[in-house]
Design a protein around this ligand. Structure first.
Ligand SMILES: Nc1ncnc2c1ncn2[C@@H]1O[C@H](COP(=O)(O)OP(=O)(O)OP(=O)(O)O)[C@@H](O)[C@H]1O
Ligand SMILES: [Mg+2]
Length: 228
């Protein structure tokens, strides 16, 4: 049965700055069902990354409510946010965010270091994750010994290693050429087919067209929500 994995009501995010307060999100009402494949689109500065950070429990909200898998996480502690994030959410970033001095395998192992209790067989799990993105033969390479597309696949393996319910990808194809970007989208699409909820931020309408649903954010609010 489909059930919402994400539900927000009148979500507001303010960044207090010297002089003025920036209101990055001005009341976001959003419901995302488990297993959806969704693109968040909109101009620069409209609040897309801010929304991803809050949905991904990297940042707190200012007002409103956020329920993740039915749990009200609006005002939980930083520690609890980190724990839930590790259990449920994988991130993929535009700039890959891999540790430069660690091999592909060690980068993928990283999220398991933070899990309590520690996972048995983390080596095997990391290898499986690398294999699932087609990089079993690059496990001992450093990031600089990998192409951009391969680095992003390592980042996706890292996002997958704790078996997340939700993958958040902020401009995952932004630093890649069109063909490589398409391959990364195919990979993210295959995760959606495996039942993982996948949310992608993109500027690129071509990329947005590859998902099932698109929301358009402008100036901190959702101005359009369309589904195929
Ligand atoms: N940590 C922060 N402190 C203060 N203001 C911030 C912070 N992060 C973002 N903002 C402001 O909030 C607004 C939304 O920023 P956000 O990064 O969410 O936009 P975006 O839609 O992701 O843009 P882009 O497409 O350029 O990545 C912007 O006006 C930005 O300047
Ligand atoms: Mg952004």
């Amino acid at each position: 049965m489909v059930k919402p994995i994400i539900r927000t009501k009148q979500l507001i995010k303010r960044y207090p700055m010297e002089g003025e307060t920036i209101v990055a999100l001005k009341g976001i009402d959003l419901e995302i069902q488990s297993g959806e494949f969704l693109a968040v689109m909109g101009p620069s500065g409209s609040g897309k990354s801010t929304l991803m950070h809050i949905l991904g429990l990297l940042d707190s909200l200012t007002e409103g409510t956020y329920e993740l898998e039915g749990l009200n996480v609006s005002h939980i502690s930083r520690e609890m946010r980190a724990d839930l994030r590790n259990q449920k959410i994988g991130f993929v970033f535009q700039t890959f965010n891999l540790l430069a001095r660690s091999t592909a395998l060690d980068n993928v192992k990283l999220p398991m270091l933070y899990l309590r209790p520690r996972i048995n067989g983390s080596h095997k799990k990391a290898m499986e994750a690398l294999k699932s993105v087609g990089l079993a033969d690059r496990a001992s390479h450093l990031p600089r010994q990998l192409s951009g597309g391969q680095q992003q696949r390592v980042a996706i393996a890292r996002a997958l290693v704790n078996n997340p319910a939700l993958i958040l990808a902020d401009e995952p194809t932004g630093n890649l050429d069109t063909k490589t970007g398409r391959e990364i989208m195919d990979l993210l699409s295959s995760l959606h087919e495996r039942g993982i909820t996948v949310i992608i931020v993109t500027h690129d309408p071509e990329i947005g067209r590859l998902t099932r649903r698109r929301i358009l954010v402008r100036d901190g609010i959702i101005i359009q929500d369309e589904e195929d």
